[in-house]
Design a protein around this ligand. Structure first.
Ligand code: ATP
Ligand code: SF4
Length: 323
């Protein structure tokens, strides 16, 4: 598996104007990578997921490329994507599991349908075998097979969604805020299952969240996104230990640190993200950045390679990203 996102730009048309949701995003992942995409609400995380899933809404306009195993999926027609990629190669665990199922059909029946519609070599008995195997892996009782979605608890439903994403053994799984609707105990459970069933099994994971603390547990790489632009991207241990971009620093200092028995004071980043319907000159973070200089307001910082990660900040030096 290889995923290369190249110069991705996405905007949404609204009336006579448009919202520029993603601006010049580049990143690449290999088999077994796990990437946490973090950023405040509206930073463009779901837009990236939808672009990879070929599920952008009709008012979206895009340019750039998303090479999946060397084929540009943005240039594929929907039918080819649906037949060759969705579920089989790339699947998604969405935010709200409630919407993922038909409320009047039994869970097992719906999962069998997904499998049979997407793989002509699978019959009902093979499909059920795989479903019961996944239920067992995800600590779901076999009785769930015959239940209606409404008869499941929130935690069970989200685990069934994880099972559905894994049914056809995809190479890349995108988890878009998969624990949002869950209580703390089920959140921890779902996160550890995602780690065990996706990351530990050498599949590639993109985990989208605004909760930076979760990313530390599941992702080997981190991408901080702000106003649709990459602020920092690279090795998660390095970024968590010593974030270089002021926005990553701000996100990290807004999380209580209870490691080694220390309780760090929590700071919030003052101000709000910019209005994406207006042109942004310079660094999008400048209005909220406590160390911004004059250049920051007029010139966009380039993504540079510094100490094991890419950083877009005028005040952090390094080699320019040649892309
Ligand atoms: P959240 O954490 O709230 O899910 P996000 O980081 O996933 O946010 P996106 O949902 O990708 O962000 O949205 C990025 C920007 O694009 C936001 O300003 C959002 O309002 C806007 N947007 C998203 N979908 C549409 C749409 N269909 N039409 C117009 N604007 C949209
Ligand atoms: Fe702050 Fe300037 Fe760096 Fe942007 S480029 S994060 S405004 S110092």
């Amino acid at each position: 598996m290889s995923l290369q996102v190249r110069d991705l730009n996405i905007s949404y048309k609204i009336g006579k104007g448009s919202i520029r949701a993603i601006n010049r995003v580049y990143f690449q992942l290999e088999k077994g990578d796990s990437l946490g995409v973090i950023g405040e609400t509206g930073s463009g995380k779901t837009t990236i997921a939808n672009a990879i899933m070929r599920a952008l809404p009709e008012n979206a306009e895009y340019s750039g490329s998303i090479f999946f195993n060397n084929k540009d999926i943005l240039k594929m027609d929907q039918e080819t994507y649906r037949k060759e990629i969705r579920w089989k190669k790339i699947s998604i665990i969405p935010q709200y599991s409630m919407n993922a199922f038909n409320p009047i059909k039994r869970v097992g029946e719906q999962l069998v349908k997904i499998m049979m519609e997407n793989d002509s070599n699978i019959d009902t008995s093979k499909a059920s075998e795989r479903i019961f195997y996944l239920f067992n892996q995800l600590s779901l009782p076999p009785e769930i097979y015959k239940k209606l979605p409404d008869e499941l608890s929130g935690g069970q439903r989200q685990r069934v969604v994880i099972a559905s994403a894994l049914l056809l053994d995809p190479e890349l799984v995108i988890a878009d805020e998969p624990t949002t609707a869950l209580d703390v105990i089920n959140q921890a459970r779902v996160i550890s299952l995602i780690k065990r069933e996706i990351v530990d099994k050498q599949k590639t994971l993109i985990y989208i969240t605004h909760d930076i603390a979760v990313v530390a547990g599941v992702a080997k790489k981190v991408l901080t996104l702000y106003a649709g632009e990459i602020m920092e991207f690279g090795d998660s241990r390095k970024i968590f230990k010593e974030p270089l971009h002021p926005y990553s620093k701000g996100l990290l200092s807004s999380v209580p640190d209870i490691r080694f028995g220390k309780v760090k004071k929590v700071h919030y980043i003052p101000g709000d993200p910019p209005d994406l319907s207006k042109e942004i000159k310079g660094c999008p973070f400048a209005p909220r950045c406590s160390i911004a200089k004059d250049i920051c307001k007029v010139e966009k910082p380039k993504l540079r390679y510094v100490d094991g990660r890419y950083v877009a900040c005028h005040l952090v030096g390094g080699e320019e990203n040649g892309q």
